[in-house]
Design a protein around this ligand. Structure first.
Ligand SMILES: *Cc1c(COP(=O)(O)O)cnc(C)c1O
Length: 390
């Protein structure tokens, strides 16, 4: 028994999904199983060398050793603005419309702390990346689920939200390309989102860390590419996925000046920003990495996607072939729940997949595979799955 009673808001938080998976994996490893984890979306390839070298240089410069500005180096925010222009043709004022984040995950909690009062709703997709939900709960807000159904291409039906919820809703979360469903969204959808938010005085939070991870020539959109988006929302983005920098903890919030400055006020009182050395290296990442490097990573993920697609469809599992993200969202075979199937995969194949229910009740019936493991390990995992499910 814990000695101190946890706050009500913390007691509402279910155990962190990946912490539970890690625990199961540790158990299996202890009993001698060579576990292959396809459970976590964390790029297996290293950060490009020119970025690491820039961190080394910056770390040796004493000017980078003091507290950073909480809103981030102006040069970093300028690099973000120039990157958004180059990659998405979105114009941003680096001073008022860009904020440095300690990874985009941080941004969603601080957005909630900035805007959600007890009794306010956040409209949260189900299934979803769990911090939208937990961030809302930590801010003492209420979660209203937006079911993401395969029949609707995993897009929420905004017209179905009850009137009294809409009235009390402060934030609408959208995230495409989507983790975990791998669905993508087009301009039409974002136009609907902007109109809905404007009509109902709501903030849109577009979480877009996979904006660069895509295949077959598909280019994901930024929410801010749609007219009016900047007036009603922010986009969270990150260097984690396109530059293999998950461990570095650097991302950005971009969009509405009003919303950006509120998040900045929270941050000024909670954290003191990102180490300037990391920001300097991130500037190098955004400005000095040829875009062909992102294409190279994507072609590696695409080959892996094709291997997993072939293997799983070959053993009778229904899989969506994703156009973006490094995940596969797959149907659990008849007679299984997502948890029982994930347990079977660990037991029979020594392979970790994530049960869909871990992302919300509408994830039941699915499991997620991440292709962020080296080719040889992925091939081995696929061989084992073929054998186990024959
Ligand atoms: C990976 C991921 C993030 C986290 O990005 P960080 O910048 O590393 O915090 C945010 N949202 C989604 C949906 C993700 O999959």
């Amino acid at each position: 028994m814990p000695k101190y009673i946890r706050s009500g808001r913390l007691q509402q938080i279910p155990p962190y999904l990946f912490a539970e998976i890690s625990r199961k994996v540790e158990q299996a490893k202890k009993s001698g199983v060579d576990v292959i984890s396809l459970g976590i979306g964390d790029p297996d390839m290293p950060t490009p060398k020119h970025i690491v070298d820039e961190l080394g240089r910056a770390a040796n410069d004493p000017r980078n050793h003091q507290y950073p500005d909480y809103e981030g180096l102006l040069e970093f925010r300028e690099a973000v603005a120039s990157w958004y222009k180059r990659r998405h043709n979105v114009s941003l004022d680096p001073v008022s419309e860009v904020l440095t984040l300690i990874g985009s995950k941080e941004g969603s909690l601080h957005l909630s702390l900035a805007f959600v009062n007890p009794g306010d709703y956040a409209l949260v997709p189900n299934p979803c990346y769990t911090p939208y939900r937990t961030g809302t709960l930590l801010a003492n807000g209420l979660v209203h689920d937006l079911p993401l159904l395969e029949a609707n291409d995993f897009l929420p039906q905004l017209g179905r939200i009850p009137r009294e919820v809409v009235k009390k809703a402060k934030i609408l979360y959208v995230s495409y390309p989507n983790n975990p469903t791998t669905a993508v969204a087009g301009k039409e959808f974002y136009r609907e989102v902007v109109d809905f938010a404007r009509d109902n005085s709501m903030i849109v939070c577009s979480d877009n860390p996979y904006s660069e991870i895509a295949f077959d020539g598909y280019r994901p959109l930024s929410f801010l590419e749609v007219p009016g988006a900047k007036e009603v929302g922010v986009e969270l983005n990150s260097l984690s996925k396109p530059y293999n920098m998950t461990g570095w903890r650097i991302g950005m919030a971009v969009g509405s000046e009003d919303i950006i400055s509120a998040i900045a006020t929270v941050k000024n009182n909670v954290d003191s920003g990102v180490f300037n050395g990391v920001q300097r290296a991130a500037i190098t990442a955004l400005l000095k990495t040829p875009d062909s490097e992102i294409d190279r990573l994507n072609s590696i993920y695409q080959k892996r996607r094709d291997l997993v697609y072939e293997t799983l469809t070959g053993v009778g599992i229904a899989v969506r072939k994703p156009r973006a993200t490094f995940y596969m969202w797959c149907r659990v075979p008849e007679g299984h729940t997502s948890a029982s199937f994930a347990a079977l995969m660990l037991e029979k194949a020594g392979v970790v997949v994530t049960p869909g229910a871990a992302y919300g009740s509408y994830g039941e019936g699915y499991f997620r595979v991440s292709v962020t493991v080296p080719d040889a390990r992925l091939e081995e995992a696929m061989q084992r799955i073929r054998k186990a499910l024959k």
